[in-house]
Design a protein around this ligand. Structure first.
Ligand SMILES: [Zn+2]
Length: 314
């Protein structure tokens, strides 16, 4: 008899975009020469980025985000940005910035830079690549934006193939961070709360969300966010799933939240609209059949999965 046998145990996170990362990071085994050793392996492959946009090569109809070292050199990969993500099936997986400028790209170029959200929404690459690309994008961004020691201001250097940075002046080590965000669906029986930010696509409504603050549990953050953004009081909070969100380095933590009050007072600084939706209306939105053309975020987004789990529940 296992401890887990008495629990409903299904990882809903597997259905969220950017999950499915198979890379073995080997974080505890990162000698100083691990980048050189990885590059000496002819099976090494590199995820390349132009700014925030991953590069895809059209490989005779299939889209590949992995480049050989010679292909990376052909794209002027920036060696100083090179990081070791880890190993997949024993083969090194790395990431680097490429120097190409999109305005220099030719129409017939088989390699193109794509928007990372579009990559996930359109399913252009296999799920395991999406997870690795999320890891790569977050790490490249962190190194590019943490070049100097936050304690003493001296220039720090990347060590362990990018697993951390070290300050040679004060010996402080700096580790890449992940920023937890709570995202939640407030529910009162057959009704739930959805809101709309001004930057959303026309007609789109989604879950409320916000960064978890210092000294807060996930549940406390859910209760605070719903109260701040919608004026609704929350009782019980149930975890649903999580999603790496590489814009640049968030972890979305999705929950269902039990409303114990119903009067809405939207935060007009953050939300263009916020209101109760019936479960039937939400079902129409998910199916793309809403009479007013209202929609939810796409299926790869954790918000869609949280809303669907409620809409599909008995
Ligand atoms: Zn320092």
């Amino acid at each position: 008899m296992s401890f887990f046998d008495n629990r409903i145990y299904r990882e809903a996170s597997h259905d969220n975009g950017f999950s499915g990362n198979n890379i073995d990071r080997q974080s505890e085994q990162r000698p100083d020469n691990c980048l050189d050793a990885a590059l000496a392996n002819p099976a090494a492959r590199i995820y390349l980025f132009s700014g925030d946009r991953p590069l895809l090569a059209d490989d005779g109809g299939t889209q590949s985000p992995l480049f050989t070292q010679s292909a990376a050199r052909g794209r002027e990969a920036n060696e100083a940005s090179l990081i070791l993500l880890g190993f997949e099936g024993g083969e090194p997986r790395l990431a680097a910035q490429a120097a190409i400028r999109e305005e220099d790209q030719q129409d017939d170029d088989p390699i193109r830079a794509v928007d990372l959200r579009a990559l996930a929404v359109q399913g252009l690459v296999a799920p395991n690549h999406l997870g690795a690309i999320a890891q790569a994008r977050s790490l490249l961004h962190w190194h590019a934006n943490h070049r100097f020691c936050a304690r003493c201001g001296a220039e720090s250097r990347m060590v362990g193939g990018g697993i951390k940075r070290h300050c040679p002046a004060c010996e402080k080590e700096h580790f890449p961070r992940v920023d937890p965000v709570s995202i939640m669906l407030a529910i009162d029986g057959d009704n739930c709360v959805l809101g709309r930010s001004p930057h959303f696509l026309p007609g789109m409504y989604s879950c409320l969300a916000g960064f978890i603050e210092q000294g807060e549990t996930i549940e406390d953050a859910v209760r605070r966010e719903v109260q701040e953004e919608a004026g609704i009081m929350i009782g019980r909070v149930a975890y649903h799933s999580s999603q790496p969100w590489p814009f640049p380095s968030s972890l979305m933590i999705g929950c269902h939240a039990e409303a114990v009050s119903t009067e809405i007072a939207p935060d007009e600084d953050e939300l263009e609209d916020c209101r109760w939706f019936s479960r039937d209306e939400v079902r129409l939105m998910l199916a793309g059949n809403h009479p007013d053309g209202l929609i939810t975020p796409p299926r790869m987004a954790i918000a869609n999965r949280i809303i669907s789990a409620y809409a599909e529940a008995d």
